[in-house]
Design a protein around this ligand. Structure first.
Ligand code: AMP
Ligand code: GLY
Length: 428
C-alpha cells in the first residue's frame, strides 16, 4: 500500500517504523511517504516538503504520490481540517474531521460533549473574564487547575497551589480574547488509552502511562511528555472495558448523533481518582511519547488497523494481537527544554544504542547541519524505545540505550516506569 504520513515527530516516526516493519517481515509491501518528516523517518520513507496545515497542498501531494491511505499525525492539521480536504478527494484518511477534532481543539467543547454523553470528568467552569476566573478558583480551591481553551502545544495547562500563579495564567489566556477552563483537581495516577474509531465502532489499544513533568518525581513544568511505558500491571482489572463503555463509545456515539462522526484516534487521558475514573482530557490523535511504547507492542499490522478505521470497517477487523513484552520509552531532550530549547548540537551514538537487543531510537527534534551531520533541532530530540521481558528489563535496556547517545547538554528523566517496576503505583 502507498501510505503518506503527515507530521515531523517521534510519534510519526513510530508509525512509519511500525509500517516499515510490516514490509521488512514480508507481511506487506508498503511504499512509505512522509511530509515534512525528519532525518530518522528519511531512512524508512520518501520525504516531501509540504505545509502540514495546508489541506489543499497535502491533498495534492497525496494525489501526486498515489497515496491509498493518508495518516495525519499531529493535532494542528487535524483541527485545521486537513483530513477533510484529503477525504473530499476520495482518498482514505486516518484522522478526524476538523469538526470532530474540536474534541481536542476546544476544552470547553470537549466538556460539553462529555456532559451530553454522560462521561465522567472533572467539574469545570468556563470563564470569559477575570471576575469569573477568580470566582472559579475560589469555588474549587487549591490545587488549582487552569486551562487555556484552545490548542497550546502542551503549554496551556497550569496545575498549582499558588493562587496568584493560577490567576496569572488564566489572565494571560484571557488576554488574547480567549476562554479559560478552571477545573476541580483530580488526584490519582494518569492513564492514556488510545481508542481507534471509524465513526461508529471503537477498538481500544493497550493503556500506557505518560510522564508529563520535566523532572524526576514529577517535578518542574509540564512538557509534551518525557517518557512512557506499557503495560500497566497496576491498573485495575476491567479498566479498558469500563473506559470503553463509559467514555469512548458514548463519546463516539454522541459525535455521530451530532452529525460530526469521529474517526481516527480518540486519545482518552484519564485520572484514576479516589472517586473513580475521570477523563482529564481528550485528544484527537495518537499521544507522544505513549505511541512509541504502545506501537512497539502491537503485533497486528498497523496499516490494517488504520485502513479499517479510515474505511469504516473496524467491525471486520480481527481482535488485535499484542506482544507480552513490556516497553519503555525515554525521551532525550535538549538543554533548556521546555523553557528555551538549544538546537544545533551534534548527536552521536544512535547506532550504538540500536545495537542493543530490543532497542530502537525514534527521531523528533533532529535536523541535518550544513555538513550533513545529525544535530538537535527542537526540545524533545529523540525517543529511545526498548522492549524487554518485563518492565525492569525494558527499563534497563532503554537506559542503556540513552547512555550510548551523546548530545551536549541533553537531559532525560531517570525514573520512567520506575514506580511501576517497584509496584509503587497505587490507585487512591
Ligand atoms: P491536558 O492538556 O488537559 O491534558 O492537561 C495536561 C496535564 O495537566 C494532564 O496530563 C495532567 O497531568 C494535568 N491536569 C489536567 N487537568 C487536571 C485536573 N483536573 N487535575 C489534575 N491534573 C490535571
Ligand atoms: N503525551 C501527551 C500528549 O501527546 O498529549
Amino acid at each position: 500500500m502507498k501510505i503518506l504520513v503527515i507530521g515531523t515527530g517521534a510519534r510519526e516516526h513510530a508509525i512509519i517504523h511500525s509500517l516499515h516493519r510490516e514490509t521488512a517481515s514480508g507481511s506487506a509491501a508498503h511504499e512509505l511517504h512522509a511530509a515534512p518528516g525528519n532525518p530518522g523517518i528519511a531512512g524508512l520513507a520518501t520525504l516531501h516538503k509540504v505545509d502540514p496545515l495546508d489541506g489543499t497542498a497535502v491533498t495534492a501531494l497525496a494525489e501526486q504520490v498515489g497515496a491509498e491511505l493518508v495518516v495525519v499525525g499531529p493535532e494542528a492539521p487535524l483541527v485545521a481540517g486537513v483530513a477533510d480536504s484529503v477525504r473530499a478527494a476520495g482518498i482514505p484518511v486516518f484522522g478526524p474531521s476538523g469538526e470532530a477534532a474540536r474534541l481536542e481543539g476546544s476544552k470547553s467543547f470537549a466538556k460539553e460533549v462529555m456532559a451530553a454523553a454522560g462521561v465522567p470528568t472533572a467539574m469545570a467552569h468556563v470563564c470569559t473574564d477575570v471576575t469569573e476566573l477568580a470566582a472559579a478558583l475560589d469555588a474549587f480551591g487549591a490545587p488549582h487547575v487552569v486551562k487555556d481553551d484552545g490548542l497550546a502545544a502542551g503549554k496551556g495547562v497550569v496545575v498549582t497551589d499558588d493562587r496568584a500563579a493560577a490567576l496569572a495564567h488564566g489572565e494571560a489566556c484571557l488576554a488574547g480574547g480567549g476562554t479559560v477552563v478552571v477545573e476541580e483537581y483530580l488526584d490519582g495516577p494518569e492513564v492514556s488509552l488510545f481508542c481507534i474509531s471509524d465513526g461508529a465502532k471503537v477498538v481500544p489499544l493497550v493503556p500506557a502511562q505518560d510522564f508529563k513533568r520535566v523532572g524526576n518525581d514529577d517535578e518542574g513544568p509540564n512538557t509534551g511528555g518525557m517518557g512512557a511505558y506499557s503495560p500497566l500491571d497496576w491498573a485495575p482489572q476491567g479498566l479498558v472495558d469500563e473506559v470503553m463503555a463509559r467514555v469512548a463509545q458514548p463519546t463516539v456515539d454522541e459525535m455521530a448523533r451530532r452529525g460530526t462522526p469521529f474517526s481516527g484516534v480518540l486519545y482518552v487521558g484519564l485520572a484514576l481518582t479516589s472517586r473513580g475514573t475521570r477523563v482529564v482530557e481528550f485528544n484527537a490523535r495518537f499521544g507522544d511519547p505513549e505511541t512509541q511504547s504502545v506501537l512497539a507492542r502491537l503485533l497486528t499490522p498497523l496499516s490494517e488497523v488504520m485502513l479499517a478505521a479510515a474505511l469504516g470497517k473496524l467491525a471486520e477487523l480481527e481482535p488485535l494481537r499484542w506482544r507480552r513484552e513490556a516497553s519503555v520509552t525515554v525521551v532525550v531532550a535538549s538543554e533548556g527544554y521546555p523553557e528555551l530549547a538549544r538546537s544545533g548540537d551534534q548527536i552521536t551514538g544512535i547506532e550504538d544504542a540500536e545495537a542493543l537487543p530490543g532497542v530502537h531510537v525514534l527521531h523528533a527534534g533532529t535536523g541535518l547541519s550544513e555538513t550533513g551531520e545529525l544535530v538537535s533541532a527542537g526540545g524533545r530530540v529523540l525517543s529511545v524505545v526498548a522492549l524487554g521481558t518485563d518492565l525492569a528489563d525494558a527499563r534497563r535496556r532503554a537506559y542503556e540505550g540513552v547512555a550510548r547517545i551523546d548530545l551536549k547538554g541533553s537531559h532525560h528523566r531517570t525514573d520512567i516506569a520506575l514506580k511501576a517496576e517497584r509496584g509503587e503505583v497505587t490507585v487512591p
